[in-house]
Design a binder for this molecule. Sequence first.
Ligand SMILES: Nc1ncnc2c1ncn2[C@@H]1O[C@H](COP(=O)(O)OP(=O)(O)OP(=O)(O)O)[C@@H](O)[C@H]1O
Length: 488
Amino acid sequence: MASFPFILQVQNSHSQIELNYNGQQLEFDQPDLEGTKQSSGCLPCGPSSSGFRSIKTVEILNITIRQENTLVVATCTPKNGPKNESALEMFEFQVKDLALAQQWQQNVLSHVYKDVKQGRHYKILVNPFGGQGHAKRIWEHTAEPLFKAAGATYDLTYTTHRYHAKEIARDLNIRQYDAIISISGDGVLHEVVNGLMERPDAVVAHKLPLGAIPAGSGNALSFSLLGEDHGSHVGNAVLGILKGKAMAVDLCSVTQKNSRFFSFVLQSFGLIADVDLGSEHLRWMGEARFTVSAVGKLLSQASYPCELAYIPEESNVEKIRAEYNNRRNQPVAWADQTHDEMDQAHATIVDRYGSVVDPIKESDGWVVEKDRYITVVGAKLPWISKGSVSHPAAQPNDGLVDLLVFPKDIGRAAGLQVMIGVETGEHVFHEKVRYMKVKAFRVTPGAAAGYISVDGEHTPYEPYQVEPHRGLISVLSVDGRFARSMRE
Ligand SMILES: Nc1ncnc2c1ncn2[C@@H]1O[C@H](COP(=O)(O)OP(=O)(O)OP(=O)(O)O)[C@@H](O)[C@H]1O
């Protein structure tokens, strides 16, 4: 779980409540716990081994002083529980010394929102039809109270049609907002990214940070930021949005015929695209639909002809893992640092390896092969959905795309082993699987019909070429890196 900038411990001894922060301690006279709206099971609760009756670790969202003698601490508890569990709790304390309380309030808040602005203004997009249709409820019941308690403001739109989010991002007065937040799956963010990149001022607009609150069938960004255990927890996602900094993240340019658009999650051909786009009838299952559908298709051993071309950077999985671990020990790259030095490069976002209609230049180091494949998938995020760490070595801004290839002759038994491995990312070490870091790749389908999915969106069954651009967008993140997705 991400470590947030500041954690408050509320310790409840037999006789007093203490709010401890960085060694400072402020005691409050007879805290008025009776009259507060705190959720049950919070304070007081059962004995703990530490000698205190309870020690509770919470995240502070805000501290306000009401009517000169009541200090209100709004907190959110990061949880691992059911995703719609309300995480907001308010603690009220009677203040003995107002001046001291005000000083403490300022002091604590300056640490809680260290390096980030408290009370940001957000553009929020809710897709009421995303996933199993719970986005509106998730917003109203869980997310909105947290935004309000934190003192954040927002302008909310319920999307009413396909491409609505794209239109909004294209026309938005970006100077009025600190970030765009989607409450849906990855499809809405895909539209937002493309809307920003289509603007005449894309060179500025690409910097507007994005945030995701998981409410769709595929929540790749949430899982990639928060990890398998926390990726579907709304409270954790909101904390990342309220307290996160802008992390630079690569964006892939995708060319098809004479058009170009952008992808921040994955570009898939074969099985994964079929699962993504051909499992609509299983929508009621939520995220499980992808696993159920993938097992079925893998057992059928269907493979798809194509010409696959790629420019390899590294094809040895052990070396990829070593580099992954090496990068995790380096300081993270926040967008405010990287974007400044990259503005020049972004002024015209040119694909170095041309487009899909250009002939392949041997001097660029392309490798070309023609075969049948079960699936070919490029990705910039490690998780593609819950329980699917398909590209465990994916890095936010290494300027490369991770390419996963399942060959045609994988076999049913090995196929099932691989499927199980996808849950933890271990499949990349399977002898039948190919996993590479590439600078670009091109897929030319060899049959007339089939599925190509880009960020979960249906894409014409035509040749496509993918090239990553380093740190082109930014995403609100507390850690400045994706959750660990590859073993050490
Ligand atoms: N009001 C709406 N009616 C119909 N489609 C919408 C509406 N709002 C957004 N959309 C479309 O819904 C699509 C899916 O959204 P999103 O990916 O966020 O949710 P999802 O449930 O994870 O996706 P998927 O439908 O791919 O499983 C987006 O492409 C978006 O264009």
